[in-house]
Design a protein around this ligand. Structure first.
Ligand code: ADP
Length: 246
């Protein structure tokens, strides 16, 4: 077969990891339209930032992408399968998605090592394996010297790194982060972003990060801008930017 014939052959298209299809979300019996007809795809291994002013619908979108909430219209698809009507969403979330929040959500009475083990309790690992894995994850985020510290004895940057280690506990395909550097000073924020870079590059984790910060979005491969519940600008893989809202 010639090169030209080989080029002309249909190629299998890589399935998106995540797809929003004409997604809308209303609250208060339709009085608040937080998201309106939003569509985009995210490929496996991508690092995508979602930006927009306060109240534009970013957290609503992240909740839908993370199967914490359901669209009023449209659907979210994961690896080509609709999440609508799935009855195992708790299990799906636990195995597939790691969440990182602005305010860490660590349990205050537990040590770093114990906090990181929490998502593993439902899984197959025995106690010894859980502890070993939590130690490895805390080592990965640069906290091998803080295993026995409770959150209050950690800096805010260290708390966020514990939260990231916890988000990685079940080897998720994807991390969803809502303003992960919002409570951090610039040094600690840069450390978290360096860590995201490594997870993306070395572990192939898909990252979706909501942010107000241009320095956060600058680390991502592309950015989706949201305004008034609609995609305003959509940066495509490769960098070209499409204006969507009219
Ligand atoms: P962002 O994350 O960009 O700040 P949100 O997704 O939190 O925006 O909110 C989008 C819009 O939806 C806002 O007008 C907000 O007040 C409204 N909203 C969000 N959550 C709820 C809710 N549970 N009930 C009613 N309105 C909500």
């Amino acid at each position: 077969m010639s090169d030209a014939e080989a080029d002309a052959r249909p190629r299998p298209r890589l399935l998106p990891l995540l797809e929003a299809r004409a997604v809308s979300r209303t609250y208060d019996d339709g009085a608040v339209r937080a998201l309106k007809d939003v569509s985009f795809t995210i490929a496996p291994g991508e690092y995508v930032a979602i930006m927009g002013p306060s109240g534009s619908g970013k957290s609503t979108l992240l909740n839908l992408l993370g199967a914490l909430d359901h669209p009023s219209e449209g659907e979210i698809r994961f690896e080509g399968q609709s999440l609508c009507g799935r009855t195992d969403l708790d299990r799906f979330r636990a195995r597939t998605i790691g969440f990182v929040f602005q305010s860490f959500h660590l349990l205050p009475t537990l040590t770093a090592l114990e906090n990181v083990q929490i998502p593993m309790f439902e899984g197959p690992l025995d106690r010894r394996s859980r502890v070993r894995k939590a130690e490895e994850l805390l080592c990965l985020v640069g906290l091998s010297h803080r295993l026995k510290h409770v959150p209050q004895k950690l800096s805010v940057g260290e708390r966020q790194r514990v939260a990231i280690a916890r988000a990685l506990a079940n080897d998720p395909l994807m991390l969803l982060a809502d303003e992960p550097t919002g409570n951090l000073d610039s040094r600690a924020g840069a450390d978290v972003l360096d860590l995201f870079d490594r997870l993306h590059r070395e572990r192939g984790v898909t990252l979706v990060v909501i942010t107000h910060g241009a320095e956060v979005a600058a680390r991502a491969e592309r950015t989706i801008w949201i305004r008034d519940g609609q995609i305003d600008l959509l940066q495509m893989p490769g960098g070209a930017v499409t204006r969507c809202a009219v």
